[in-house]
Design a protein around this ligand. Sequence first.
Ligand code: ATP
Ligand code: MG
Length: 418
Amino acid sequence: MIAEIIAAGSEMLTPHRQDTNSLYLTERLNALGVAVAFKTIVGDNLQHLSDAARIALHRADIVIFSGGLGPTEDDLTREAVAAALCIGLSRSPEILTAMYKRFAERRVSMPENNAKQADVLDGADVLQNNNGSAPGQWLDTVVDGHRKLVILLPGPPKELMPLFTEACEPRLAASLPERHFAKRWLRIALMPESKVDAIAAPIYQTYTDVESTILSSAAEIQLHFLCAKPTLAEAQQRVDELTSKVEDALDEAVFSSQGEPLEEIILLRLQMRGLTLATAESITGGMVASRLTGVAGHSDTYIGGAVTYSAHLKKKFAGVSDEILKQHGTVSDQAARALAEGIREQTGASIGLAVTGVAGPGPLLDTDSIEKPCGLVFVAVSDGVSTESLQKTFTGDRDRIRTFAAQQALDLLRQKLI
Ligand code: ATP
Ligand code: MG
């Protein structure tokens, strides 16, 4: 079952108004297991609207119209749908009476134009609109031998939303086969999308009953798996099976299979082992600390840290020696390692984590005028027995480089805790 939403209204073809009704409708339809395959925005023109209706009726099982049910000349949805389906419209005496009553209650006479709001498509059920004058319509019909559900809804969101939830959702649920959804997702740090997909696609492509989506966000890739089946157990079994196969293939690159963020995984692992953590951040200026403190209830595990932005505070807060800073500079493997070791010692934490780099724009003239390129980042983690470090070069603007640097620091620690 696929749906198409047609939003009628010339204003939505201008930069000033957006079609938000279709976002709402899409969310609600998805929750019922119906995928929206097409969305169309059409201006208030009878020919264009009926053309769009014809195309939609040909390619979708459920066609929902938003707007154009009002009393004015440019409200043309009823007429356009009737033309596309080659059916008539009849003026409903019940709706007309109700409309006269509404106007009478407000002690104004009803303008003649309003009467067209009582026009109902042949065979359609009227959906009473408790928040406005134009009722919705529901037509269960057949086009070229295929069953089609055609739904007409008023444009104002305050009318459309309750009308859809109260009058359409129960009807749709009753018209659709019973379906239950299971969803799982994997989160992967710092791996290019194409590389993740090259590993995952050969597996998920064999699960044609599971909808697989790959999403890329700041320094993270997510793989979402969604399955709908007549029973939840069936759906869950398919999704779990696929998720574990993909997780095995991606191996240690996967940091979360239940949706937890990277910092939460790290804190849980540290807590399980009774370890504490402190951070020394230069390029990220506290982004790592902010992410760690964003997870509630872990002050016994993440004890704190320092923003060691200047050379002076690298020395003062993390005990980085003049010799290292002079010989190798503030952005160097040696400085990152010294920061991790130093912050661990200064704070008494079990583990020290450090990050230093060049966020740009442009290169950095480090100690003794040694040029360090924009995007160069060093991260290090120390547990008092050994110190591990990593050098990376990230591209992009300051924000992107800093986001990647923070993610890299956290991921180095995660790898150490596997
Ligand atoms: P009315 O009786 O108010 O004329 P209608 O069903 O004819 O209702 P429209 O005239 O198309 O609906 O739209 C009325 C108002 O509803 C618009 O000015 C706009 O603010 C809002 N609206 C219409 N369509 C949408 C949409 N797709 N998304 C968000 N808002 C919308
Ligand atoms: Mg209108």
